[in-house]
Design a binder for this molecule. Structure first.
Ligand code: NAD
Length: 506
């Protein structure tokens, strides 16, 4: 594993490294050490980055290339990034505390694989499609062009900084747009490095700009900037609402990937060995800091006690420790504020009558003296009306809720403002498919969790979001349709212009 010295990272605007007097400090959540500093952009830097993106777009230096040329450059970028995968993994985990297994496989591995998927989409996407031959009011042939939007703004969260940024940058570039990225305050490093790799491998200057900065300053300016045609956001539902308002001033397109409170529905015929491990995997991977985590285990009342006992036994085998150790299963949470918030949710649930059956605090030992650690925590005697069952805790906290029958399970699952993802655990596929059909969520896994596939659309029902990322139609979200009609009427005499000009020859 490569280790990094404390380095300073400027922002990237129009292909130039731009620095500021004001800086942001990047801290490793596993030990609170300072790993880097970065420039701190504000609204004026966003304005400069948007201007650079617009100039690059208008010049045709990227949008004017054929889709195949864009695809080929994007694949070269992915190859070059893959050659530096250890560096990207280190930058990612140093800033967000992911374990090395998590950061290598999910965070950076998926990010680069998905970027390649978007490159391939540029090759196959129908940028011009034959439209209808219409005979009314006159004969015409139409062609529908999918054109890039212009300059796209991408605002990302800290939990999967590279992956979730490339879910936006990938299709935006494949379609020919320029992009301005505003990374999260905790995690600008991996996308700054990726942008540097992209420019060194053929991406023209100004096409991809990265401006680290505060959400309320740089982020808000990006979301409301008049020259931004579309804003793609992943983050909390509260900020998503704010983004929608900011984007409405200039009627921008928006894609919002927001929070979740995923139910893991264990049916009474489930394979319990698989369900117990699957429910734990669904909740505790990356310390529960995944939007699609299954944070509510819905368990038949008849199986409740046995299931909880098995969950607790298995949860206690989850090893916390040095994030760079390949034996470590689970790392810290992102920061001290979030650590306190998670523990507060647990404390308030206990005051409302819930029971902590394992975890519930900070782990003991020298490794955990610094950093933001919380044990895998399981809470029972939870009612779905409690805050811990309704709000996104975003930490390693699983609540277990007992239900009476399948109808009751579906009703509890759907009794949520969120609708991002759910899982169903059963040995009967048709029963599982029946429950999946009734669950209000953008993704439902039967006997699985966290199955994110580049070829499948991902996004939320209800307050979990607007629009979809990934999937074969991903470029639809980054293009706009222009229908061009070509007249085939054969001459003036076949035109319906007499509707207006009936007296012209009098
Ligand atoms: P957050 O909403 O606090 O911040 C996300 C981004 O928005 C950051 O870059 C932040 O700087 C920026 N921001 C904050 N205020 C802003 C404003 N007023 N205007 C413009 N930008 C602003 O989210 P977070 O804490 O970084 O991430 C965790 C959240 O993200 C969770 O709710 C999680 O469920 C969600 N998430 C969703 C998905 C998904 O695909 N649905 C994936 C990952 C994370």
């Amino acid at each position: 594993m490569t280790s990094i010295d404390v380095q300073h990272y400027p922002m990237l605007i129009g292909g130039e490294a731009v620095d500021t007097d004001d800086t942001m400090t990047i801290v490793d959540p596993s030990n609170e050490s300072v790993v880097a500093t970065t420039a701190k952009g504000d609204a004026t830097h966003i304005d400069a980055a948007v201007a650079a993106g617009k100039a690059a777009f208008r010049s045709g230096v990227w949008a004017g290339k054929t889709p195949q040329e864009r695809a080929s450059i994007m694949r070269a970028i992915a190859d070059a990034a893959n050659d530096r995968i250890e560096e990207l993994v280190e930058l990612e985990m140093a800033a967000n505390g992911a374990t090395v297994r998590q950061a290598t496989g999910f965070h950076v591995g998926y990010a680069l694989a998905h970027f390649t998927y978007f490159a391939d989409l540029a090759d196959t996407y129908a940028f011009a499609r034959p439209g209808p031959i219409s005979s009314f009011p006159t004969l015409a042939q139409s062609v529908v062009h999918r054109e890039p939007i212009g300059v796209v703004g991408a605002i990302a969260p800290w939990n999967f900084p590279l992956l979730l940024t490339l879910w936006k940058v990938g299709p935006a570039l494949a379609a020919g747009n320029s992009v301005v990225v505003k990374p999260d305050e905790h995690t600008p490093l991996s996308i700054l490095k990726f942008a540097e790799i992209a420019e060194a491998n053929g991406l023209p200057k100004g096409v991809l700009n990265v401006v680290p900065g505060d959400g309320r300053d740089a982020g808000a300016r990006l979301a409301s900037h008049p020259d931004i045609g579309k804003i793609a956001f992943t983050g909390s539902t509260a900020v998503g609402r704010e983004i929608m308002k900011l984007a409405s001033g200039t009627v921008k397109e928006v894609t919002l990937e927001l929070g979740g409170k995923g139910p893991s529905i264990v049916l009474d015929d489930a394979d319990l060995d698989m369900a117990v491990d699957g429910v734990l995997y669904g909740c505790f991977v990356y310390s529960g800091q995944v939007c699609e985590s299954g944070t509510r285990a819905l368990v038949p009342r008849s199986l409740h006690d046995e299931f909880v006992e098995r969950l607790v036994d298995r949860a206690r085998t989850i090893v916390m420790g040095e994030t760079r150790d390949w034996d470590t299963d689970m790392g810290p949470v992102i920061d001290g504020k979030q650590q306190a918030r998670i523990l507060q949710y647990v404390g308030e649930a206990v005051q409302s009558g819930a029971t902590v059956v394992t975890g519930g605090g900070k782990p003991q030992g020298d490794t955990f003296e610094r950093g933001f650690w919380i044990e895998p925590t399981i809470v029972t005697n939870v009612d779905n009306s409690m805050a811990i069952a309704r709000e996104e805790v975003f930490g390693p906290v699983l609540v277990v809720i007992a239900y009476d029958d399948d109808d009751d399970a579906v009703s509890i699952a759907n009794d949520s403002d969120y609708g991002l993802a759910a899982s169903v655990w059963t040995t009967d596929n048709s029963r599982g498919l029946g429950v999946a059909a009734r669950v209000e969520a953008g993704s439902v896994w039967i006997n699985d969790a966290h199955q994110i596939n580049a070829e499948a659309p991902f996004g939320g029902y209800k307050q979990s979001g607007v629009g979809r990322e990934l999937g074969p139609d991903a470029l639809d979200e980054y293009t706009q349709a222009k229908t061009v009609h070509l007249d085939l009427s054969g001459g003036r005499e076949n035109k319906p212009y007499d509707i207006l000009l009936s007296h012209a020859d009098d």
